[in-house]
Design a protein around this ligand. Structure first.
Ligand SMILES: Nc1nc2c(ncn2[C@@H]2O[C@H](COP(=O)(O)OP(=O)(O)OP(=O)(O)O)[C@@H](O)[C@H]2O)c(=O)[nH]1
Ligand SMILES: [Mg+2]
Length: 301
């Protein structure tokens, strides 16, 4: 049997369901998902091997107008991800009109001559499915897409068609990763993203954008009942003292909720008992401080 590899970047504006699509295609939740825009901050690799083909997906931050140094890095990441691959999937939300961010991405496809599959997501939200015809028609006039596929990640609708469309461009070459690999993200990064996702989901609007999570220590030990326990300590950084109070919550209730939600998911992901300790610290205005952004691993390098 020959072996094939397909490198595919997943791009689109914020909140359209790129990371949800990545998780669905990989078959495991490896990328943070929330209803807050700019959930994803760096390129996240998701890997799945089906038969002879290994698919290497690169999830990217949502395209947006950069307002901080952090978001400049995020936009750089998107542009690089489009440059580096043969095929891109442009994910859009069928309930939203075509906007500047879609146009920006389409212009970058034009300049690189990228092969692009358009995945029009969230069709479960469309009461009148005939409205799709007009949406698909508008997109087809903007770029010569390889294929235009209406999908619902939520309802697992159309995902098989995306794989088929990618297959057409898979290259005859050896697999880059072991066939059971899911991601190349280090363990500490996976853990910090799970904690950050729970913070995003539990906190209301303005604070989540200023949060970063650093996992300081991960170690295994046997407890008194001879069970193996993974001890994790992590720091949730925020930008202001007032935000710290909100993240901790009344009598620590918010931090406890974030910690519990994260622990439950960590235990199910790693299939091991987890003891998670989270602290909250302030780093004033870190999203505009290059050195700190680099320390958090959020540059595009
Ligand atoms: N109704 C519906 N909601 C969806 C679907 N796919 C994703 N969502 C929701 O859309 C929201 C955004 O999903 P994400 O996967 O985080 O979106 P993203 O494009 O990665 O967002 P950024 O990382 O911020 O750019 C979440 O609340 C998802 O649950 C879908 O098919 N239908
Ligand atoms: Mg995302």
């Amino acid at each position: 049997m020959g072996s094939k590899t397909a490198f595919v970047s997943i791009v689109g504006r914020a909140n359209v369901g790129k990371s949800s699509l990545l998780n669905k295609m990989v078959g495991e939740k490896i990328a943070a998902v929330s209803n807050k825009p700019q959930t994803t901050r760096t390129k996240i690799t998701g890997i799945v091997t089906k038969g002879e083909t290994q698919y290497i997906f690169i999830d990217t931050p949502g395209m947006h107008k950069a307002k901080t140094k952090l978001s400049e890095h995020m936009v750089d990441n998107i542009n690089e991800a489009v440059k580096d691959v043969e095929t891109a999937i442009l994910v859009t939300d069928c309930t939203k009109p075509i906007g500047d961010n879609e146009i920006k991405l389409i212009n970058s496809f034009k300049s690189t001559g990228r092969k692009v599959i358009l995945a029009v997501n969230k069709i479960d939200l469309l009461e009148d499915k005939s409205a799709l015809i007009e949406i698909l028609d508008k997109y087809s006039k903007l770029y010569d897409f390889e294929e235009i596929i209406p999908i619902s990640v939520l309802e697992n609708d159309g995902i098989d068609l995306i794989f088929k469309a990618i297959d057409k461009n898979a290259q005859e070459e050896p697999h880059y990763f072991p066939d059971d690999a899911l991601t190349d993200q280090p363990e500490k990064v996976l853990i910090s993203e799970i904690i950050r996702e729970k913070a995003l989901i539990n906190l209301s609007d303005e604070i989540p954008h200023g949060i970063a999570v650093a996992v300081e220590d991960v170690s295994e030990r046997d407890n008194r009942n001879n069970e193996t326990v993974l001890d994790i300590s992590a720091v949730i950084y925020c930008e202001r003292e007032s935000h710290k109070g909100i993240i901790i919550g009344k009598k620590g209730s918010m931090l406890q909720k974030i910690g519990k939600d994260a622990r439950v998911e960590l235990e199910s992901f790693f299939q091991i008992k987890v003891n998670l300790q989270c602290w909250v610290k302030v780093k004033e205005g870190w999203r505009n401080r290059e050195g700190i952004i680099r320390n958090f691993g959020l540059t595009n390098k």
